[in-house]
Design a protein around this ligand. Structure first.
Ligand code: ADP
Length: 274
């Protein structure tokens, strides 16, 4: 399912003395089946864009096409329910939203709420726990008795249990150690490859964007200033610095190597750990 932002403008607290413009004229295409990274300095508008991807926020100007549905300032509430199922968002620290008495109930909550039969919701929960590398015993435990990393996986399973067409990740590795980060990011990459799941990653990590995405958008001062393939975007150091972004370590290493050896390297694999 494609998502298309067309000349989107957004102001918080519109028509009040606290009005704050967050987005101006943002046009962005998230093609079906892509892995799109949205990068940009703090305050550049990434979270505001993210909340437009499943109509948590409605544009004050322009429109957002989510599949066949057009989201504008005046859209009807009925249209939003389907959109919320089709686009799943894993927010930062998603484990903070766990609440049910067992992991099984927690994962089943969303699907049941959307009318999925109990048997099917339970089947999804069992399958996801396995896919996310959790032992089956966790299903009967309280989510609050799990480790931090396990809690995060359970919360992610809750989003995936809705079988979204698009998965949106908001800094999904915040607070994890390097190993946990890598495991979670590899997991999302596997889902993207194996299920063809359209994935949108909002991140501070240039490394993650370079490693996993096939489409990158740079936000700056509330505008989407550049979109393109990671190789183009991350090899243009000057442009990155204009937008106050640090080139990924792999690129910096290549530069150092080239300076030292006095030659130009054709390319360096962005998929290998530097
Ligand atoms: P990012 O995710 O890139 O850090 P945001 O989308 O959070 O950027 O913020 C974009 C702009 O909107 C910033 O100037 C920020 O201060 C402002 N902003 C974000 N959330 C709110 C809010 N709830 N109320 C008012 N202004 C906000």
């Amino acid at each position: 399912m494609d998502i298309l932002l067309q000349e989107v403008g957004y102001s918080y607290a519109k028509d009040t003395p606290f009005e704050k413009r967050a987005l101006t004229d943002v046009s962005l295409h998230i093609p079906s089946g892509s892995y799109t990274a949205i990068i940009g300095h703090t305050g550049s508008g990434k979270s505001t864009v993210l909340q437009h991807l499943n109509a948590l926020l409605k544009p004050t100007e322009g429109s957002v096409m989510i599949g066949e549905r057009k989201i504008e300032a005046e859209v009807k509430a009925k249209n939003l329910r389907d959109v919320r199922r089709q686009v799943g968002i894993v927010f930062q620290f998603p484990e903070q939203q766990l609440f049910d008495e067992t992991v099984l109930k927690d994962i089943m909550f969303g699907p049941l709420n959307y009318g999925v039969p109990e048997e099917e919701a339970s089947r999804r929960a069992h399958e996801l726990v396995e896919q996310l590398g959790l032992p089956p015993e966790v299903l009967t435990k309280s989510p609050f008795d799990l480790s931090g990393g396990q809690m995060r996986r359970v919360a992610i399973a809750g989003v995936l249990a809705m079988e979204p067409d698009v998965l949106v990740l908001d800094e999904p590795t915040a607070g994890l150690d390097p190993r946990g980060r890598r495991e979670i990011m590899d997991l999302f990459h596997r889902l993207h490859i194996e299920k063809g799941l359209t994935t949108v990653l909002v991140t501070h990590s240039m490394e993650d964007a370079a490693r996993y995405a096939d489409n990158v958008a740079i936000m700056h001062n509330g505008r989407c200033v550049v979109t393109g393939e990671p190789v183009e975007i991350f090899s243009n150091e000057e442009q990155l610095r204009d937008y106050r972004l640090e080139p990924p370590r792999t690129i910096r290493l290549q530069q150092k190597l080239e300076d030292k050896m006095g030659i130009k390297l054709d390319s360096i694999s962005l998929t290998e750990e530097a």
